[in-house]
Design a protein around this ligand. Structure first.
Ligand code: AMP
Ligand code: ZN
Length: 501
């Protein structure tokens, strides 16, 4: 099956065929590092992390480039407010950005160039554009002449004359045309600056993406990504600069993510309606936030709310529960409730992983439909839960292979979505003090902590059957004093390392 992707350039879904078989060259615009990123930014970075992971899963060798904008008006303004050097501010938020991406489980780019480390390439492209008549110099500034590039507007579907009449009369009289944009800006006093043929100055924002993508990937590269708010003017300008300078197509497939919204309004720093990624991750595990985002198609708007975080928490629990049950069963013998399964039930649990893989791939091949991919995983969860509920886990020997195959498929496919499942609370060793409690409450006198826990659970079952609630509670409270919680499940009672409550 071929992967189909929606290309903003053609406004249609196309077969994805990379320029070089088996290899994908991909560029995604990175952050301007003047603040912590908000969850709107995080949504876009997560989208392209999942696209990259899926392409890798499908066997492509993905080279993924993302810039860091570490010199920019916003950085300069913020540094001035805080009375410190812009470079120091940018360095601090570059580290914060990487830490936040790591925390969200976004894989690091193959290459992550910084604007300030790419100055010679930007000067070189600007010189080329001046020489070929696509740019002009005014008092140490250099502007790109939009009218010199006939394809201007092809990505955003805008017509240059409409843009022209819509543009305010630009206060900057020095521009030949109000739509022209800066390739190079003369430095004002106190601003960061680099020497150039036009005097001391700094690069314009659009230029860095054109230069870095070409340097790292060559033209035309396969996928260019970013949020839909970048289509115009940022990406339109990248195309104009690069195609005017090289005469070659810039990027082949343009993928744009929808905006994360609050009360139907775009989350943005300027509107002040933002929630920082680091604050959400301090309160919720990364897989929960990933699930929340992946339940909506990447091109659709996503309305963020705390209710949705709670929904995603429940989704996460639904995914984790069967895996924990199995993990636990492998290490502990449950109260045996096992009933032999019918042949058709065995056939169903055997078929479930393959069915999930097929449905997962079909959804992801269709323009990375992560919501459909998750639906395939929830079908697998239902199959696993159904089997476990009917037959318990018992001593686990009879069905272990089949159940493990289903669990492995779940883990692998969740891994493709970057959703890490933590079952460690069910695999840790029990503390030695459990031996003392088992001796007191269950008459166990061995030295095996697992056997001690089983003896305690058995004693609790007997006490409950006799309606001796005090004895049953004593077992529960004794275990709780060690940080162990008793859970009653369809497959029997078990003990987990988790604070009660
Ligand atoms: P910026 O630092 O503003 O250039 O944004 C970095 C990335 O975040 C860009 O790809 C933007 O398109 C994206 N972005 C900004 N705001 C949102 C939002 N509310 N929802 C989704 N993506 C966003
Ligand atoms: Zn860019």
């Amino acid at each position: 099956m071929t992967i189909r992707v929606y290309n903003t350039l053609s406004r249609s879904k196309e077969d994805f065929v990379p320029r070089e078989p088996g290899v994908v060259a991909m560029y995604v615009c990175g952050p301007t590092v003047y603040n912590h990123i908000h969850i709107g930014n995080a949504r876009t970075f997560l989208t392209f992390d999942v696209i990259r992971r899926y392409l890798t899963f499908r066997g492509f060798d993905v080279r993924f480039v993302q810039n860091i904008t570490d010199v920019d008006d916003k950085i300069i303004a913020r540094a001035a407010e805080e009375g410190r050097p812009p470079a120091e501010l940018a360095a601090e938020y570059t580290l914060a950005f990487r830490a936040a991406m790591d925390a969200l489980g976004v894989e690091r780019p193959t290459v992550q160039p910084k604007a300030t480390e790419t100055i010679p390439g930007m000067i070189e492209m600007t010189e080329r554009l001046i020489k070929t008549g696509h740019a002009y110099v005014v008092d140490g500034d250099v502007y790109f002449s939009v009218r010199s590039f006939p394809g201007y507007g092809k990505l955003s579907g805008r017509n240059i004359d409409d843009l022209e009449s819509g543009a305010r009369v630009d206060v900057d009289e020095r521009k030949q045309d109000p739509l022209d944009f800066a390739l190079w800006k003369a430095a004002k006093p106190g601003e960061p600056h680099w020497p150039s043929p036009w005097g001391e100055g700094r690069p314009g924002w659009h230029l860095e993406c054109s230069v870095m993508s070409e340097q790292e990937l060559g033209l035309p590269f396969d996928i260019h990504g970013g949020g839909s708010d970048l289509v115009f003017p940022h990406h339109e300008n990248e195309i104009a600069q690069s195609e005017a300078a090289t005469g070659t197509q810039f990027a082949r497939y343009w993928l744009h993510g929808g905006m994360l919204q609050i009360n139907s309004e775009k989350m943005s720093k300027s509107l002040g309606n933002f929630t920082l990624l680091k604050d959400v991750l301090a309160a919720y595990p990364a897989p929960v936030l990933r699930l929340l985002m992946l339940q909506t198609h990447y091109r659709s708007p996503l309305d963020f709310s705390s209710d949705r975080l709670d929904d995603a928490t429940r989704s996460y629990e639904r995914l984790v529960t069967p895996l924990r049950n199995l993990e636990w069963a492998k290490r502990n013998r449950a109260v045996p409730t096992e009933q032999p399964a019918h042949a058709d039930e065995i056939a169903a649990i055997e078929a479930a992983p393959e069915a999930a893989r097929t449905a997962f791939a079909a959804a992801m091949d269709d323009d990375f439909n992560t919501a459909g991919a998750l639906a395939a995983l929830f079908d697998l969860v239902r199959a696993l839960n159904g089997f476990l509920e009917s037959h318990g886990i018992g001593d686990n020997a009879r069905y272990a292979g089949r159940l493990d195959a289903a669990a492995d498929t779940m883990r692998q496919l969740l891994g493709v979505l970057g959703v890490r499942i933590d079952t460690s609370s069910y695999t840790a060793e029990y503390p030695p003090l459990v031996l003392e409690i088992a001796r007191d409450l269950a008459g166990y006198d061995g030295v095996d902590t697992r056997a001690a826990v089983e003896a305690l659970l058995a004693a609790r079952t007997v006490a409950r059957n006799e309606r001796n609630w005090a004895a049953a509670d004593a077992v529960r409270d004794g275990l709780a004093s060690l940080g162990l919680t008793v859970e009653d499940t369809a497959a029997g009672s078990r003990v987990v390392h988790r604070p009660a409550g």
